[in-house]
Ligand binder design. Structure first.
Ligand code: PLP
Length: 385
């Protein structure tokens, strides 16, 4: 009998806190106020406190959080923004949307995050922002990145969409760079029941500008001050839901770390490359991503076993046809190799210990039998690691 372990299951989370959610939703319905009202203000305060920043501005989604962050910093045509190509196309979309040029740099093989040496080498006099991504819930090497950024006087936009609550030397994601951008897409560590996003900052002028930009660039109703504004508002219903869920986030992140620790123990010595926690920070395991050169075969076998997996992400941004004009000459060798080897195992707080054990046993068995098969040209490398 195949197992039935999904890659994710949001219903389990919502069933567990259903009464709290119902109450919050009813309150918004009864209030008669649905856009930019008391629930958004309350959530913004709570989330700023959680991130240890002075300000939080709720917006419609994580992509527009990045775009409005760039606009707030005045990034536009002729400018370059340095980012990574292994975190899907979100960063590139926003950089191109403001008229700037994405400059993709390679990632560090162990952390899957921006390689500071590659960043340093890519800086030119046109560089107007640096956009590292705290991928899979692990923060980028923020000491090195901030040292380089500060030396050149370039602002840093942290992409925190996968890192709500992650820390780097005790400092939360979104509190180290000039601006921190969050997504509250339902599957995120903190997810709405729909779309949502936020930008965090300690800079009062930037926070004010973001508040204008999320609403047409209006200074006051119908009077526009800033170009580049959008309709990008977090709505009252989602804000109220996010306030409920924020109270549970520390426990959920703790559970994700416990699941990661179980996987780590149960998969040790299986011939896979497992994610490492950095000594400088505490990750929040948005995803648990293993590496194997036999990725496609392992994924197919796990599917047959009834275990859901996914790939984050299969095609790096610079290899997507629309972004090919920005591909660096010589490509991004580490990014490209990782894209062929990564596999995300089920990871969500409501996963039971029995399910984690069943996934780990199945992975071990699949890898063991795969290793006994004759090798093909492509499967040699990390299987013997
Ligand atoms: C790293 C990263 N950045 C940005 C985004 C964009 O967020 P959204 O889907 O809310 O637009 C996502 C997720 O979707 C993400 O994972």
């Amino acid at each position: 009998m195949p197992l039935n372990i999904p890659f994710g299951d949001l219903k389990r989370q919502h069933d567990a806190i259903r009464a709290e959610l119902d109450l919050a939703i009813a309150r918004v319905l009864d209030s008669g106020w649905y856009i930019l009202g008391p629930s958004v203000s309350a959530f913004e305060e709570e989330f700023a406190a959680f991130c240890n920043t002075r300000f939080c501005v709720g917006v419609a989604n994580g992509t527009e959080a990045l775009q409005l962050a760039l606009t707030a910093l005045g990034v536009g045509p002729g400018d370059e923004v340095i980012t990574v190509a292994n975190a899907s196309v979100y960063q590139a979309i926003t950089i191109v949307a403001v008229g700037a040029r994405p400059v993709f740099v390679d990632v560090d093989e162990r952390s899957h995050t921006m390689d500071p040496a590659a960043l340093e080498a890519a800086i030119t006099r046109r560089t107007r922002a640096i956009m590292p991504v705290h991928l899979y819930g692990r923060m980028a090497s923020m000491d090195a990145i901030m040292a380089i950024a500060d030396r050149h006087g370039i602002p840093v936009i942290e992409d925190c969409a996968q890192a709500h609550g992650a820390t780097w030397r005790g400092r939360p994601a979104g509190s180290i760079g000039t601006l921190g951008c969050f997504s509250f897409y339902p599957t995120k560590n903190l997810g709405a029941i729909g779309d949502g996003g936020a930008v965090t900052t300690n800079d009062a002028a930037l926070a004010e500008k973001l508040r204008r930009l999320r609403q047409y660039g209006w200074e006051r109703k119908y009077y526009t001050r800033d170009a580049g504004g959008l309709n990008s508002r977090l709505d009252e219903l989602q804000a109220a839901i996010l306030s409920v869920k924020l109270r549970h986030l520390p426990a959920w992140n703790e559970r994700r770390r416990a699941i990661a620790a179980m996987y780590h123990t149960l998969l040790a010595g299986a011939g896979l490359v497992l994610p490492e926690a950095p000594s400088e920070g505490e990750p929040v395991f948005h995803l648990y991503v293993i590496r194997t050169a036999e990725r496609d075969a392992v994924q197919a076998r796990l599917r047959e076993e009834g275990i859901g997996t996914d790939i984050h992400y299969p095609l790096p941004t610079h290899l997507q046809p629309v972004y090919a004009p920005f591909a660096p000459p010589g490509g991004l060798p580490t990014t490209e190799r990782l894209a062929r080897e990564i596999l995300s195992l089920p990871m969500f707080p409501e996963l039971t210990d029995d399910e984690v054990r069943a996934v780990a046993m199945a992975v071990r068995e699949v890898v063991r039998t795969k290793n006994q098969e004759p090798r093909t040209d492509t499967n040699i490398r990390s299987f013997v690691e």
